[in-house]
Design a protein around this ligand. Sequence first.
Ligand code: SAM
Length: 246
Amino acid sequence: MQKFLINKEALSADKVVIHGQDAKHIRKVLRLKPKDTISMTDGHGTDFTGCINKVSPECVEISILSEKKSLTESNLDLTLCTAMLKHKKMDEIIKQITQLGVTRWIPFYCKRSIPLSGQNREEKQIERWQTIARESLKQCRRSCLVEIMPPMDFQQVLAFSKDCSHRFAFWEASDRPLAGPFPGENNKAVVLIGPEGGFEEEEIRRAAESGFMSYSLGPRILRAETAAVCACGLIQYLLGDMGCES
Ligand code: SAM
């Protein structure tokens, strides 16, 4: 069964109330009743099991039975940075990377990215992306929401990446395969994926100056959203919890 996202601040005396669409889903789709158990998370790595006390059209009242640290989060702190693409592609990336256990996502502007105009537009987009991240979390039973950062410019992305041990820039012109070992001081990785028109060579040079190695994803040109998902899956395999040694 899916995990429901609760606000830890809303927990009082080991009780929590779920409202809105989630309450409707519990009542109408899952048809849960009093005494049924339910899985929940606070979106910050803690899971809860609860027992339903009351189901009404407005809300579902639950008693918390147990609380534990999540077992579904990766040991790898993985940041995906994708150049701004068309809306639908960005939405799809958030859904997929939630499933892949990515820690945070940074959309960024570079020479060939698709611009988002106006401050309000950016705020609205971030809200929309956060909603997609919340919905995706429930489905895949994760316990940490993907942290959605406000769009940055390329220089800010490079500065952000400074404290990551593993810096990967995916570039179709690179001939370096993604093969370890990847020694590092911390288990923090950052991935750069360019826009549909690709990175400019000068951007790859600047990334290299900031400690990024450029890597190939093979001889075919992948769509940016495919490349993002593929790169995150491979890196979770090599450094995170999708491989056999984790
Ligand atoms: N403009 C490029 C072209 O047509 O040759 C393609 C850019 S690709 C659609 C978008 C992004 O996906 C690239 O900037 C890169 O980050 C990533 N990408 C796609 N295919 C790749 C590959 N084979 N190796 C490494 N990165 C790749």
